[in-house]
Design a protein around this ligand. Sequence first.
Ligand code: AMP
Length: 374
Amino acid sequence: MLAMEARRMGYRIHTYSPEHNSPTGQIADFEYAAPYNDAAAVRSFAKGVDALTFEFENVPSLVAETAEAEGVPVRPSGSILHAAQNRQREKSMLTRAGLPVTPFRAITDIKQLAEAVHEIGFPAILKTAAFGYDGKGQTRIERDTGLESAWNSLGRQPCVLEAFVNFERELSMVAARGQDGAFATYPLVENRHVNHILDVTIAPADVEPSVAQEAERLACKLCEFLDLTGVLCIEYFLVSEPGMGGNSHDPELQSTGRLLINEIAPRPHNSGHWTIEGAVTSQFEQQLRTVSGLAPGSTEQLRPAVMLNLLGDLWQSGEPNWPALLAFSNLKLHLYGKHEPRPGRKMGHLTVTAGTTAEALEMGLQARTALQRG
Ligand code: AMP
């Protein structure tokens, strides 16, 4: 989606990933297919570009370091990438920045886990520190007897233990910051998950103005703290009352505000895809503008919008019913060009814009149901 915006604006695109014929490779001018740890290939790639950015944060930070050593601007910087790809580092960074995070403890062995769970309280969620997304690498712990199996099930690796948050809703905000510090945010949105995977985004979220203002204030604080150039998304838990952050017995672990940060992503985010049709500047154009040293564009929302993900599960009984979907005239279909529709894999999404978010949601859900065969 970044490459498509870039093409529209006359840029040329080089892409690097371990795969041939990747979604970006299908429309890029040059596709480099090599392992991320192939320093010579990364150097040769870096020599051909004016600026480098990434589409997910699990690109090894060696890539950013190698490109930075070649004098290529990496935006957001390699140090931000490094912090965001590990939950321990990310949460410690957020705490240092003075931002409210889900109560957590860093865990490196089972003894620490046993101690931490008594501070955090039950239920708690154990998450691997590295390479976690969409609920992968996490497990819920209900009682003492579950510690050993939880620790083993995640492969006995560095983890974070989090308090289980009884949130009222999940929200997120995409922000952009230019090289000169110009800052812009999109409206706060509501995210609904199924099986820990984002299912639907509703833009804007129906929340009190004070919640949206607080989300924006926290996003600005984080972008300033990181000295970010680029686009960043913050995922929040909205808790119903101050101090409802979790079931912790430790008052220090309780937050005083109504928003807790679950995680951040220093890149465009699935919950910002609605901006392609729903805002003056899409989050992808925004990434392109900021990483190229240009000013952020207007983040004004044009119409209420809803985004619905299309997962690989929809292909279970063969090709989904595209004609039935496209009989709904007021929606936009996006398919990413991924080859294998595995269950749980994000293959594309729909965006519906309408007079209200309720109307858009109703139509989007009907349209997505029409895709199912049999
Ligand atoms: P994550 O990969 O950490 O974003 O987690 C995926 C989803 O799991 C979140 O969007 C929440 O729906 C749920 N989740 C994660 N952490 C917690 C928590 N500490 N308390 C309650 N639900 C959580």
